[in-house]
Design a protein around this ligand. Structure first.
Ligand code: HEM
Length: 527
């Protein structure tokens, strides 16, 4: 229906935002910012576009209860601020990686990857984003309806990486053939998921399965694979990786959960802590101490298995659990890999897990760069945009440089993964992936909260750098509230540190990278 047209003089009591006329008479008393403000001389009857975008996110106007307030438009004017359509790329510089930016080239990504990315972004925006908002707030686990849609599009299967498990499947409506699917495709899925989800929802959307299933695929017997994998990939059963304990986190060698043989069964006793998706998992890929070393078992939820929610700094949608195994009887056929060879099972799995965390983390970091670029351009201070301040531009420069450095290193590692088999990857990429994860999680926190320097670093330039990198400073008080303009910054500030811990603590991974390099030092290397 054509909207009624007004001249700006006719809009006495109403307001204009981006050419649209809103009648706020009935809404005024419900307005979260108060009624008076809407009838102030500088607002009522005026074009309030700039004021509005200084205080609200675009999405406010898209909510049905508010679109209803629009009664017409200004004659001869057209709307200029519009939201991106599902799948559409952002034109904000650095909001997309170079390979997705108009007019730029990539040595790695093909037209096929680009088509895949468009389909993935559309899927995540339409199916996952609304669910993400609901679950972040309620703390409830992801609905089965969304899990079913992800499984229908084979998103769950694709997050396990390229391989036989994809054969015969229609991937994201057939946009890529299973045999052409590579790690760049998989990385796109992780990146798109991270863009539309809060950090807790990223984990709640079956991260446990993504890290708990590969050991079954790679080390489980054919019978076990046939029993568990179809149900996992189709989202009927959930899997969690249960390694860390209150006694040992990154120090896998110090685990205390024991498995003792009793005929055709293992009897498992012990506890596990910080287990993502543990509250709702049906299976646990579990690290246990056995007589001859360390062994990984697949434990099914049943008698003797208890899980309880751990309250963490992020939403309980992630289903982080404390698990107790009390004399749980596990069939010997559920052993993953050889008895005593569990360390290899776990260590080879870490590469893919850490690489996934890296892909998600870089994408989340990039979104924060976009938020900061938009906000500092639209926010007016002393009659000028925030970007007119050199200190703000310096913060943006540091953020952009960091995310681009991460992205380029990530792409180079991903390219190596595409060329190598699983064993080569375990041998050659554990170090680089460890170092990259350390670098990405550090830069994430620098972008979220600013750089920290040891107190003994006191040169003028280093002190300046402390103030050069801080999304929370750019957003000010807005970065402290879970709703409104700074809500993504608040979430990022609160949760970006999780990536420095999960899948291997930052410092341990840096050390791993160096130790791996030292192992490969030529014996005759001398200066
Ligand atoms: C169609 C018109 C408007 C709608 C639907 C609307 C809606 C809202 C909503 C939902 C909030 C809660 C915060 C958020 O979710 O972002 C809010 C806050 C606020 N609004 Fe509006 N608003 C409108 C126009 C205006 C205008 C013209 C002003 C002008 C000055 C204004 C001033 C404020 C203020 C000061 C706040 C509190 C901001 C904060 O907490 O940071 N609003 N508004």
């Amino acid at each position: 229906m054509a909207l009624k047209e007004y001249t700006i003089e006719e809009v006495e009591k109403w307001i204009v935002i981006d050419s649209k006329v809103y009648n706020l008479t009935k809404f005024a008393n419900l307005h979260p910012g108060g009624a008076n403000i809407l009838f102030a001389e500088s607002v009522a009857g005026k074009d309030a576009t700039q004021l509005f975008f200084g205080l609200h996110r675009q999405e406010v106007l898209l909510k049905p209860q508010y679109t209803r307030l629009q009664i017409g438009k200004i004659a001869g004017q057209e709307e200029t601020i519009r939201p991106l359509a599902p799948g559409e790329l952002s034109e904000v510089p650095y909001a997309e990686p170079t390979w997705l930016s108009r007019g730029y080239y990539s040595p790695y990504y093909t037209e096929g990857h680009r088509k895949f990315q468009v389909a993935a972004r559309k899927f995540f925006m339409e199916v996952v984003q609304p669910e993400s908002v609901r679950c972040e707030e309620s703390g409830k686990r992801i609905s089965q309806e969304v899990v079913d849609k992800m499984s229908e599009a084979n998103i769950i299967a694709m997050r396990l990486g390229p391989g036989k498990h994809l054969h015969g499947r229609t991937l994201l409506g057939g946009v890529v053939k299973p045999e052409e699917f590579d790690y760049f495709h998989e990385g796109i899925i992780h990146a798109e998921l991270a863009r539309v989800s809060s950090r807790a929802v990223v984990d709640g959307l079956l991260a446990g399965l993504v890290i708990g299933v590969p050991p079954i695929l790679n080390y489980g017997s054919p019978e076990l694979v046939a029993k568990v994998i179809p149900d996992a990939i189709s989202g009927k059963k959930f899997v969690a990786l249960a390694i860390s304990e209150a006694f040992a986190g990154s120090d896998v060698g110090g685990l205390q959960t024991t498995a003792v043989r009793d005929g055709d069964y293992w009897v498992v006793t012990g506890t596990k802590k910080w287990i993502t998706n543990g509250t709702f998992a049906d299976y646990f890929t579990t690290g246990c101490k056995t007589e001859t070393g360390f062994t990984v078992l697949l434990i099914e939820r049943g008698p003797g298995v208890t899980t309880k929610q751990i309250k963490t700094g992020y939403s309980s949608v992630a289903g982080t659990a404390y698990i107790t195994f009390d004399k749980v009887r596990v069939p010997v056929s559920h052993t993953l890999g050889k008895v005593g060879n569990g360390m290899q099972v776990i260590l080879s799995n870490f590469n893919h897990e850490r690489w996934m965390v890296i892909a998600c983390s870089i994408s989340a970091q990039r979104l924060i760069v976009e938020e900061c670029l938009k906000w500092s351009s639209q926010r007016m201070v002393f009659g000028k945009p925030l970007t007119s301040q050199a200190v703000i531009r310096a913060k943006l420069a540091a953020m952009i440089s960091r995310v681009e450095a991460c992205q380029n290193w990530y792409e180079s590692v991903t390219f190596q993964m595409n060329q190598m088999n699983y064993n080569e990857m375990s041998n050659k990429l554990a170090g680089p992936i460890g170092l990259l994860k350390q670098f990405v999680s550090r830069t994430a926190r620098e972008t979220a909260e600013g750089q920290e320097y040891p107190s003994d670093v006191s040169s003028r330039h280093s002190k300046l750098a402390i103030f050069c990198a801080d999304a929370t400073q750019i957003f000010g008080g807005r970065a402290l509230t879970t709703t409104g303009m700074g809500k993504l910054i608040e979430n990022y500030h609160r949760t970006s540190g999780f990536d420095a811990i999960l899948a291997g603590a930052e410092d341990v991974l840096g050390d791993l990278g160096v130790r791996q390099a030292l192992k490969k030092m030529p014996r005759n290397a001398r200066l």
